[in-house]
Design a protein around this ligand. Sequence first.
Ligand code: FAD
Length: 116
Amino acid sequence: VMRKDCPADVEILGRSTWTLLHSIAATYPTTPTPNEQNDLKSFMGLFAKLYPCWFCAEDFQRYIKKEEPRVSTRDEFGNWLCEAHNEVNKKLGKPTFDCSKWQERWRTGWKDGSCD
Ligand code: FAD
C-alpha cells in the first residue's frame, strides 16, 4: 500500500534542522563581512525563538544566551555550532561528536574518500 507523508516529529525535524544549520556553517564565508556576521547572529537568535519544538527552543535560547554564537570566521562558527549540537547530544544521552572533524562531515567529505 502507499505510505503517505506525515508531519515531522521531533527526531525528523531535528535531523533535518542540524543538516541545514551545519550546511549553513559549511557555506559561510571564511572571512565574513561585518554585515554577514550580523545576519548570522540575527538568524541564530530568531531561529532559537521560532524553532517548532517548544521545549527544544526554550533550552536552545538559554544556551545561546550563555554561549553567544561565534560568527567571526567559518571555522569559528562551525566549531561553535558543533559544541551547541554536542550539548543537545549530551542532554539526550547520544555520543558527542569530535568537533575537529566538523568540516569533513559537513563540507569536504571524509579524508578516506568515502563521500566521493
Ligand atoms: P542528530 O543529532 O540529528 O545529528 C545528525 C547528524 O549530525 C549525525 O548523524 C552526525 O553525523 C552529525 N552530528 C552529530 N553531532 C554533531 C555535532 N556535535 N557537530 C556536527 N555534526 C554532528 N530532541 C529532543 O528530543 N529534545 C530536545 O530538547 C532537542 N533539542 C534540539 C534543539 C535543536 C536546536 C535541534 C536542531 C534539535 C533538537 N533535538 C532535540 C533533536 C535532536 O538533536 C536530534 O536531531 C534527533 O534526536 C535525531 O537525532 P539523530 O541521532 O538522527 O542525529
